[in-house]
Design a protein around this ligand. Structure first.
Ligand SMILES: Nc1ncnc2c1ncn2[C@@H]1O[C@H](COP(=O)(O)OP(=O)(O)OP(=O)(O)O)[C@@H](O)[C@H]1O
Ligand SMILES: O=P(O)(O)O[C@H]1[C@H](O)[C@H](O)[C@H](OP(=O)(O)O)[C@@H](OP(=O)(O)O)[C@@H]1O
Ligand SMILES: [Mg+2]
Ligand SMILES: [Mg+2]
Length: 304
């Protein structure tokens, strides 16, 4: 689908950090979008949105309070201009507890989330109802540098130097491959990505404390995934299961732009666990992301 090229192109304003702009607003996206009737225009978040534009849609991934207020002022005067996405919906993904509660609510067969507990203070360690190894993840998943600083924890002792508050999520062996499902409006695609390797019983016997790591999925996206046929052989989850998760999460989250990470439990190969959900992820890592994003924006603007 493309906009009728004889008419004026849709004007889509974007408000992103400089880093996000660099990795998302690529020349290939700008040219594909403009050839299909969509102009992507940079917003100056420090200036009132109502004095910029005019826009047919606003795309954003900024979280500071000034920007939220700017967006609110604009929305109150332009209730018919789609904002992708609503800050209130995005907020659900900024806590690793509320993010995964949405999955548990879906009650889809063979899907769930790993057992996890919140650690707000040191006294919470007394009667830990969790198995090790576990992954300690910052409770806030707000896109900050620290929000990706994780620790693989082998025993209770390994918790002592981990910055509070954090979520302690049981580590599930999943064959070293993670499935990332990207969603952009009515479009979705499941891709494979290299993940943390399984932890053997032997490794567990000799491992102590905790190991730090961060943003493994970004590293391996560039590296093209795991070596060897194991990665190639790993089948992606059944299409109907992915579809149910996509539709369920879209309804539950009321978001257009997100992805979620799914792993398959090696102990029960039909069971899938969602371990992470991300707002406005790295779409440019997806093949032909230019047409996916352009189609999405055309769909949003034409529905106005
Ligand atoms: N419960 C788990 N069991 C096994 N491995 C896990 C688990 N949770 C996370 N991992 C591993 O740690 C990696 C990072 O975890 P997660 O995706 O939650 O962090 P993140 O910083 O939000 O990552 P992203 O860059 O995808 O936002 C995953 O890609 C996976 O390799
Ligand atoms: O490999 P993906 O596309 O999942 O990597 C994403 C990651 O999942 C998060 O969405 C990151 O955003 P934050 O959680 O806000 O840090 C993305 O970083 P970004 O700089 O592209 O927004 C990763 O690309
Ligand atoms: Mg992830
Ligand atoms: Mg994440």
């Amino acid at each position: 689908m493309s906009n009728d090229l004889s008419s004026k192109p849709y004007q889509v304003g974007y408000a992103l950090t400089p880093e996000k702009e660099k990795t998302f607003i690529l020349p290939s996206l700008l040219s594909h979008a403009s050839q299909n009737g969509v102009s992507l225009l940079k917003i100056d978040p420090s200036k009132p949105l109502i004095q910029q534009g005019p826009f047919d849609c606003i795309l954003h991934k900024l979280y500071d309070s000034d920007w939220k207020q700017n967006l609110e002022d604009f929305a109150s005067q332009n209730p018919n201009i789609p904002i992708i996405d609503s800050p209130d919906s995005i907020e659900i993904l900024h806590s690793r507890i509320s993010m995964l509660e949405t999955v548990s609510k879906l009650k889809i067969n063979n899907t769930g989330v790993p057992n996890q507990i919140t650690i707000n203070e040191v006294t919470d360690w007394e009667n830990l109802e969790i198995n090790f190894p576990s992954i300690a993840k910052p409770l806030d998943a707000d896109g900050s540098e620290t929000s990706h600083k994780m620790h693989l924890v082998f025993e209770k002792d390994g918790l002592k130097n981990i910055p509070l508050p954090f979520v302690l999520q049981e580590f599930v062996n999943h064959g070293g491959v993670i499935f990332k499902v990207y969603v952009a409006g009515k479009y979705s695609r499941c891709v494979k990505r290299k993940s943390l390797p399984d932890i053997s019983e032997e490794k567990l016997m000799i491992s102590r404390g905790a190991l730090p790591f961060s943003q493994i999925s970004n590293l391996t996206a560039a590296g093209g995934g795991a070596e060897g046929c194991e990665f190639e052989k790993m089948e992606i989850p059944p299409e109907n299961l992915v579809k149910k998760l996509v539709e369920g999460l879209k309804e539950e989250l009321r978001l257009n732009l997100f992805n979620f990470d799914v792993i398959r439990d090696v102990k029960s190969r039909d069971d899938y666990l969602v371990i992470d959900i991300n707002y406005f992820p790295g779409y440019a890592k997806m093949l032909d992301f230019e047409s996916v994003i352009t189609e999405f924006l055309l769909d949003v603007c034409s529905k106005r």
